[in-house]
Design a protein. Structure first.
Length: 323
């Protein structure tokens, strides 16, 4: 018990943000409830981004009611690969990535095959709210499957990596790359077993990585080092993050960006309740950075100001701030 208390005190001293404090001091006061639908419903997020001229994965179609499921084979016949996802899903649940076809079957990211009946059943589950926030009825989005930038080829397993950036009132404060693994079923979701690799905010190069609760140096499936990888278009990613504040009106949020080999950076989704494992990936406390950004906000008047501040003040220091 005393060891746990001492460790908690060290985390507090090192500026680590806990769940209760995140909710009480950041999520609740800075994220108006009437803005949540803009990020909780991915169809609204896409519309919002499109109006702002921000690139997102192309939407092929939406299945909104059970009767429309019968039209699914005709819709999907146009595409060899695609993604099916719940509009109101969370933590990657219900996302089905189809990478190709074998005769009349759909091949998904984990290597398994779905027939038309299984695909219909999955979409029906999405509509019924099996994967949605609060179990509410939902919509199924059919969208473009991202072909990830080849820079990640050696450190990912089947799925598409993404970059998550935590943004405080328009200031990008911390980032990580989420790398799919065999355990995660090819999904870039830490809860399902993906790797989270910290990112140097100044340069966009990857740092240490966390897998479950362990700090790792290599990808468990490929055996290749996960640190020292330069993320392409880093300046553009920071710009997208900094602009997301005006886009949603949320003062504390996470923005998830994918890097397509042909289309470049695409906003995958926005999150009003981003998780805290990003601190382990970076071996740094989030609260320290949030408090520093808060003090400097009066002089950060433009997107360029906020980006320059993030690159200067949140550069990798070369040592862990966590016990």
């Amino acid at each position: 018990m005393m060891d746990w208390l001492r460790n908690g005190a060290r985390l507090e001293r090192n500026g680590v943000l806990g769940l209760n404090r995140r909710n009480a001091e950041y999520t609740l006061p800075l994220n108006p409830r009437d803005r949540y639908p803009l990020v909780d419903d991915k169809t609204l997020t896409k519309e919002l981004a499109a109006r702002a001229g921000v690139a997102v994965p192309e939407l092929y179609g939406v299945i909104e009611i059970q009767q429309q499921v019968r039209t699914l084979p005709r819709l999907l016949a146009k595409y060899r690969d695609f993604v099916v996802k719940p509009a109101r899903g969370s933590q990657g649940d219900g996302i089905l990535v189809v990478t190709g076809r074998v005769r009349d079957l759909y091949r998904v990211a984990d290597g398994s095959l779905y027939d038309e009946h299984e695909m219909d059943f999955h979409v029906s589950n999405v509509l019924s709210g099996v994967y949605s926030l609060g179990g509410q009825t939902d919509k199924a989005l059919i969208e473009y499957r991202v072909n990830f930038d080849p820079v990640f080829e050696a450190i990912t397993y089947r799925g598409v990596p993404d970059v998550r950036i935590i943004v405080y009132r328009g200031v990008p404060v911390m980032a990580m790359v989420r790398l799919p693994t065999r355990l995660s079923g090819g999904k870039a979701n830490l809860h399902q077993g993906a790797i989270g690799t910290g990112v140097d905010m100044a340069t966009g190069r990857t740092l240490t990585a966390v897998w479950r609760t362990d700090i790792v140096a290599e990808h468990p499936d490929t055996g290749n080092p996960v640190s020292g990888v330069q993320i392409p278009h880093w300046e553009r990613l920071l710009e997208l993050a900094a602009r997301s504040y005006e886009l949603t009106g949320l003062g504390y949020q996470g923005i998830d960006i994918v890097l397509d080999r042909d289309k470049g950076p695409l906003i995958l989704e926005l999150n009003a309740r981003p998780g805290l494992a990003i601190q382990m990936a970076n071996q740094a406390g989030l609260r320290t950075r949030l408090e520093l950004a808060e003090r400097e906000l009066p002089r950060l008047r433009t997107v360029a100001d906020r980006i320059a501040f993030a690159r200067e003040r949140f550069a990798h220091a070369g040592k862990s701030a966590l016990p």
